[in-house]
Write a protein that binds this ligand. Structure first.
Ligand code: FAD
Length: 591
């Protein structure tokens, strides 16, 4: 059973992601290390003792639709209400609406633990938090007044309605319609698919954020507006009024995250009376996509946390199994009879790879959250931190979610045949993990974003400055003169040289307008960046090792990563700078 790794999480936040400096610099208000540890401990307890025990029933039973009502798995309604009563939904939300205005770093750490407990369950708050942020940044005072406090408290949940059958990655072609009404409201019509937690019985009301197009809107992404469309209309005194003209038509049957209802939503077909679902504009007409991006950026990092969460849970399960399962005799095994499989070098390799990817993904995602916090709280250079967050977001989302799939798959391998059998639970991690590289912008779309929009930030100086910072870690490893780091410094140097060369090559292609060549290598580049960061952040953790008894093992894992995993960066760089021609030429092979 999953046990929240609270100490490891606290270590990464403080010593790798930058929380300790932020506290020392007074940027996190009253938040001190004691309070951080207390919050993490309670979040970890809830994830371990309350969420994780209900994950299996959620997977087996799934969400069920009957007469337009969605029933969550047994126990989940109370679980959600207990979770909301703990105030967890409002960790980062504004204090004026009942939130605690705590840093994002703390929230992503908590999100990691909720998701390790059950990714399907944690999706509900993930979407609500994104909706809260979009409403808080772009909503009118009246809308905020009416909706935010109840969403922050968790009494009402939120959703994100972008996708339509023909409009997935390309939202410019979406067709949902909005019509103006004289009282300033709008009527929404259309179908949305794949809407996470679009209908359920855990909360009193569901606040849908819906993208739709006005009759006179320009074509494409410049003609999309964002609307708030509640399941139940809300009276002026805050009480719930009539049912709005929207409903869940069906639920998807999915590979994983069975407890999370994935809904086809119909707006404005008159099923509940009325002529169109009543909605209110968020932000300005035709500027909806920009508003939705507030929510999506938040959600992208949150999806990255799902990757970290699956990595952690799958690794814990695999290590526990490998210590118990006896097979064969490992080289050097001196015990009588068979050895536990963890002693076999190949199993050790799998488990260490899982652990390295877990810690690397955790460090990258937390560093991204740190950059977001600094963009809001730093005394100076906020624009720099905003760019750093923008640069790290696609890497955090894609590297961590790919790692989630790889690690969950390795977890099954460690279990042997039992991994393929549902009752061990290893298979669920892979089934759940598989969606994360797809939604919130596929990892391929993240790679395009990274290469075409994030590398050019500040004329390429944001990414170049970042690489210089990473080189300082290599130097610190070298000058530490610790034999236990082995060849870490050299391997990090090589990885950063690969990253630098690939970055320069891509920036040059973009400057020449040769985007097809740049995009051919976007995904290998994204992985190269994530791997180099993994190596550097594990080294940073090794350098900051504390006297907690795990310091040496931290360095040992860092050395394993540098000497076993980082050699991949050379091959990835080669694919970036030499792969485009053959890729274009080989299109004929697909004809
Ligand atoms: C379980 C689940 C939950 C979801 N939850 C929500 C939700 O709550 N709200 C919501 O609005 N949506 C949700 N989605 C939808 C999800 O965000 C989309 O599935 C995703 O954005 C991909 O869109 P698509 O499925 O249409 O794939 P497509 O856009 O058809 O993409 C197919 C493939 O083509 C690639 N591709 C597409 N365009 C390009 C391009 N320009 N360049 C390079 N490659 C490209 C993609 O990377 C992908 O590999 C959910 C989906 C699932 C399955």
């Amino acid at each position: 059973m999953y046990k929240a790794p609270v100490e490891e999480i606290a270590f990464t936040l403080k010593h790798v992601a930058g929380m300790a400096e932020a506290i020392d610099d007074g940027l996190l208000g009253d938040l001190g290390e004691d309070l951080v540890e207390a919050i993490l401990a309670e979040a970890g307890r809830f994830a371990t003792e309350e969420i994780a025990p209900l994950a299996d029933i959620g997977d087996r039973q799934g969400a069920r639709l009957s007469n337009g009502e969605v029933k969550t798995p047994d126990g989940w309604r109370d679980l959600y209400r207990n979770w909301a009563a703990g105030g967890w939904n409002g960790l980062t939300a504004a204090e004026e609406f009942g939130g605690q205005a705590l840093p994002h770093m703390l929230n992503v750490a908590a999100l990691e633990m909720w998701n390790s407990g059950s990714m399907a369950f944690a999706l509900c708050p993930t979407l609500t938090m994104g909706a809260i942020e979009a409403l808080n940044v772009h909503g009118s005072a009246a809308l905020k007044e009416k909706y935010l406090a109840r969403m922050v408290s968790g009494e009402w949940t939120g959703t994100m309605n972008l996708t339509e059958p023909h409009a997935g990655s390309d939202l410019g072609v979406l067709k949902a319609r909005a019509e103006r009404r004289e009282d300033g409201s709008y009527r929404i019509f259309g179908q949305k698919i794949f809407i996470t937690w679009g209908e359920h019985d855990a909360a009193e009301n569901i606040i849908h954020l819906v993208l739709a197009r006005l009759p006179d809107a320009p074509d494409g992404t410049r003609g999309i507006s964002l609307f708030l469309v509640p399941k139940f209309l809300v009276n002026d005194d805050g009480s719930l009024g009539a049912r709005n003209d929207l409903h869940c038509h069906s639920l998807e049957h999915k590979l994983g995250i069975h407890g999370s209802p994935t809904c086809t939503m119909i707006y404005g077909d008159g099923k509940f009376g009325g002529k169109g679902a009543v909605g209110w504009l968020i932000g300005e007409e035709n500027k909806g996509l920009a508003c939705m991006f507030t929510m999506m950026n938040n959600a992208r990092l949150a999806v990255g946390m799902q990757g970290v969460a699956i990595c952690e849970a799958a690794t814990q399960k695999a290590i526990a199994y490998a210590k118990e399962r006896m097979q064969g005799k490992a080289p050097g095994w001196s015990g009588s009879g068979m050895s536990p499989i963890i002693q076999h070098p190949d199993v050790t390799r799998m488990l260490l790879t899982m652990k390295a990817l877990t810690q690397g993904s955790r460090a990258i995602t937390y560093a991204c959250a740190h950059a977001i916090d600094m963009a809001h709280r730093a005394n100076e250079r906020r624009e720099h931190w905003q760019e750093r967050a923008a640069l790290l977001t696609p890497i955090a989302k894609s590297f961590a979610t790919d790692a989630g799939v790889d690690v969950a798959s390795l977890g099954i391998q460690v279990h042997g045949g039992m991994g393929f059998i549902e009752e061990t639970g290893a298979a669920r991690y892979l089934r759940d993990a598989r969606i994360a590289p797809i939604y919130e912008g596929t990892n391929g779309i993240q790679a395009i974003d990274l290469v075409t929009r994030k590398l050019p930030l500040s004329d390429g100086n944001q990414v170049k400055g970042f690489i210089v910072e990473l080189k300082a870690i290599t130097e610190a490893v070298r000058s530490s003169n610790l034999d236990s780091f082995g060849a870490t410094a050299d391997r990090l140097d090589s990885a950063l040289a690969d990253l630098e060369e690939a970055t320069s090559w891509l920036l040059a292609r973009l400057a020449e307008g040769r985007s097809a060549e740049a995009l051919s290598g976007a995904t290998p580049f994204q992985r190269l960046f994530g791997l180099a960061l993994t190596g550097c952040y594990l080294a940073k953790g090794g350098l900051a090792r504390t006297e907690d008894g795990v310091g040496e093992s931290r360095i040992a894992l860092c050395r394993f990563t540098a000497e076993n995993l980082l050699s991949e960066t050379a091959a990835l760089k080669d694919r970036v700078v030499n792969g485009a021609d053959s890729l274009a030429a080989a299109r004929t092979a697909l004809a």
